[in-house]
Design a protein around this ligand. Structure first.
Ligand code: SF4
Ligand code: SF4
Length: 306
């Protein structure tokens, strides 16, 4: 085993030890295939009011512009599939938002991984990214062989489906690079057929400006009256295209205690949500990503579902 292989394998073992589901590595270079796709998507206004998507176009496609002298993009997956789901017949919350805000949990793990690299290998510089606008995380994860991007535009694998977070460490160290895997969507169209707002306009293209996640999380203004009655009881995010995906039959519960929800959250009925107070919101969403929409954002969404 040469030095590069040795470093690569010790980084991957440490990632496993830190609880990541998988780790794949790609050479830090311009994402040629993604460039026209991203440009097209933006030109068609599929990002709606998410203006930040237009920023840093070059940086988003080229990690060497984001992190000086970077050589490798290390992509990491962290499972969030819960062992217990919300009550049936209630207002729904995307599963990724059940517990502690993933930004905190993952940043902390990435920091530990970078520290390990610096202690074991030497003076390596890098930056950690968790769901941050300038990095095309799904494209990097797919390029690194961690899964394929499905017709619903999420990354998925045959072994565990798609309920995981994607994060990256971009570093200035040369490593062994992984190869991409194959697409196993085949003739399936379950996600396209089930999307409550027809946001998957064609296979592999999601019009972000029609997606329930966009409306319930990103849109800061009033929800458009034209969408009334189409949200299928989703009050924060939407998991429909992932829930119906046959590969998610293989999703296994996570083992990260911080992702466990407040016990009351799973029990809340529609009536409880309609009557939610600021105090209950603060209690059940302590440290949660839902806090980013604030009490006013969540109650706006709930009122829209009534
Ligand atoms: S998250 Fe929901 S609304 Fe958005 S594309 Fe998937 S099914 Fe459609
Ligand atoms: S539901 Fe079917 S088409 Fe959609 S991502 Fe899953 S396998 Fe692919």
């Amino acid at each position: 085993m040469n030095t590069k292989q040795k470093y690569t394998s010790s980084i991957k073992s440490e990632a496993k030890r830190l609880g990541f589901l998988s780790c794949g590595i790609s050479k830090a270079a311009f994402l040629e295939e993604e460039a026209p796709r991203l440009e097209n998507w933006l030109n068609q206004n599929m990002h709606g009011n998410m203006q930040y998507m237009e920023n840093h176009f070059d940086k988003r496609l080229d990690p060497t512009k984001l992190v000086e002298d970077s050589k490798s993009v290390i992509s990491l997956l962290l499972n969030y599939y819960p062992s217990q789901l919300q009550n049936q017949d209630t207002y729904k919350l995307s599963k990724y938002a059940y517990g502690t805000d993933y930004h905190f949990v993952i940043k902390n793990k990435l920091k530990q991984l970078l520290q390990f690299i610096q202690e074991e290998i030497g003076e390596v510089h890098g930056r950690a990214f968790v769901d941050s606008a300038p990095v095309l995380d799904k494209a990097w994860a797919a390029k690194s062989g961690l899964g394929w991007i499905g017709k619903h535009s999420n990354l998925l694998t045959q072994q565990t489906g798609s309920f995981y977070f994607i994060a990256e460490l971009i570093i200035d160290l040369d490593l062994e690079y992984d190869a991409i895997t194959t697409d196993h969507c085949g003739t399936c169209t379950a996600c396209i057929d089930a999307c409550p707002t027809q946001a998957i306009t064609e296979p592999y293209v999601v019009d972000g400006s029609k997606c329930i996640s966009y409306f319930t999380i990103e849109l800061k203004e009033q929800l458009p009256v034209s969408m009334k009655g189409t949200f299928d009881d989703w009050m924060f995010g939407c998991d429909v295209c992932q829930d119906v995906c046959p590969w998610n039959r293989f999703a296994k519960p996570h083992n990260e205690p911080l992702f466990n929800p407040h016990p009351e959250l799973l029990e809340m009925t529609k009536k409880d949500w309609q009557e939610i107070t600021q105090d209950t919101f603060t209690k059940v969403f302590k440290n949660s990503a839902v806090k980013r929409t604030k009490f006013s954002g969540l109650t706006r969404n709930i009122d829209f579902l009534k």
